[in-house]
Design a protein around this ligand. Sequence first.
Ligand code: ADP
Ligand code: ZN
Length: 237
Amino acid sequence: MGVVEDVLPQYGAQETIGLKAIILLGAPGAGKGTLAEGIKARTKFIHISTGDMLRDAVKKGSAIGREAETFMKRGELVPDDVILRLVEERLDQGSPDDEYLFDGFPRTLEQAEMLSASLRRRGSRVMAVFSLEAPRELLISRLCGRRLCRQCGASYHVVNIPPRKAGICDVCGGELYQRADDQESTILNRLEVFTRQTESLIAYYEGMKVLIRVDAAQHRDLAVEAIVGHIRKLPSV
Ligand code: ADP
Ligand code: ZN
């Protein structure tokens, strides 16, 4: 018994979490953004959402935004080299002991391999990948009813999480809108693209022994609780 304890790393509840990169992997509608908010509130992870960064780039009309826009409108993936530039630029701005929570990235095996290489160069690695799993019908209904605040980005659902006043953000009074790619035909394409790409990603991270499956159909507080529980047990890099 004592022998086993000696060779196992000492995982314990830690106040400071000394790890560098974790990933939220989940279909559109699985709740990556919502869960990321909950995790951010309870840890010191920096949230990197490639979807948010791309929408920002499109809004600004930057070079990356112009390249990404047509793909995003159709629900297609933006090419890997564009995503890589986006993420590398972001990581270059950070400091070496930052802790990152990736949301919506990597989406393809190529992106996963690029991320591993980039983290290796930075003396780091992926510590955990949370695979958010929910039935397809639930994903579709979540996406169809999703509304976002134009001003602060807060997320609502016309049935599940309605604002107090229809069309108006509870937080800041801003106007709510539906994302251009949250239309039913585009939603089906996004789910299709996700399923096609994700199998190889799951296998890749399963091989690295960092994959953790999370029930994304349960209430978001419970899902956040489950994820934070796992994070606290992870070893430092
Ligand atoms: P969702 O997961 O709900 O589709 P995101 O905000 O993560 O929403 O992504 C929106 C769109 O941005 C995607 O449909 C895709 O066109 C593009 N995108 C975001 N992240 C990536 C990525 N890592 N690789 C390729 N395309 C991406
Ligand atoms: Zn708002």
